[in-house]
Design a protein around this ligand. Structure first.
Ligand SMILES: [Zn+2]
Length: 264
């Protein structure tokens, strides 16, 4: 898999003696979680994993050289059963996903490290990340953080409709890939579907509402796209990437400074 992680911050490029020399209390280890799943007719299966690596790599490059932050190899497979029925989707169950995170947390804790952040870029994993962040805190006393997607970047220029419901292979994801791996984007194969309409709010919404319905992609988007990739540009992708990386770097910096134990 392609990587944008600076070599000096790639945990798996260290040998064990170099790891042993890292300061245990202050070092922040970033565990990326993503997915290998269908992204419509125009984006590759690895889209969420590539975006994770792209954003994290640019965020790490913004940190001071002496900030002790390292990226662990990503958990490529996620809980993607919303995309079952599309060839190429490789999904693991919630229990498998959580077991992998739990075991990696055990290894991190056994090595004496105290700070870990779960950096997730696949929506199907979000609920499990929140569960595991608390469980790693409770079981191993790790100071565990959760970090999601573009860390609240604004995405100027998006329509309200795309902002609300362009969450899979839509304009943002397509723009990120156009800016970084345009050879993996098939611009002749764009399709568009929306799971709901911001101008016609219903009581039962697919996401972000007090009352929701559980959705499967095949129920609502035959091509696998939820959003509209057509307005995506490499220029917007590059600008949003820089904005997201700035937000992510600020979050990582705050995690580095966060107290290990409650103030007494
Ligand atoms: Zn995606």
């Amino acid at each position: 898999m392609k990587t944008w992680i600076p070599d000096a911050r790639n945990f798996a490029y260290l040998n064990w003696k170099q790891v042993d020399a890292l300061p245990r209390e202050s070092t922040l280890l970033v565990l990326p979680t993503a997915a290998i799943e269908q992204h419509g007719h125009h984006l590759p299966l690895a889209t969420d994993t590539l975006i994770n690596n792209l954003l994290l790599g640019h965020a790490l490059a913004k940190l001071p050289a002496n900030a002790p932050v390292y990226a662990l190899p990503p958990v490529h497979y996620g809980k993607s059963n919303e995309h079952i029925g599309f060839p190429g989707t490789l999904s693991v169950s919630a229990s498998t996903f959580m077991a992998v995170l739990r075991d990696l947390g055990a290894s991190i804790s056994n090595a004496g490290f105290k700070r870990v952040v779960l950096y997730n870029t696949h929506g199907g994993n979000t609920a499990l990340i929140d569960v595991m962040a608390r469980d790693l805190r409770a079981e191993f006393k790790l100071r565990t953080f959760a970090l999601h997607g573009s860390a609240g970047a604004k995405f100027d220029g998006l329509t309200a409709q795309e902002r609300a419901y362009g969450f899979h292979a839509g304009e943002v994801e397509t723009a990120y890939l156009l800016a970084s791996v345009p050879e993996l984007v098939d611009r002749s194969a764009y399709t568009s579907n929306y799971i709901a309409d911001v101008n016609k709010p219903e009581l039962l919404a697919p996401e972000f509402a007090p009352a929701t319905f559980a959705w499967l992609t095949r129920d609502i988007a035959a091509s696998g796209v939820m959003g509209d990739p057509r307005p995506a540009t490499a220029e917007n992708g590059a600008r949003w990437l820089d904005q997201a990386a700035t937000k992510l770097a600020a979050a990582l910096d705050a995690m580095l400074r966060f107290p290990l134990s409650p103030a007494s």
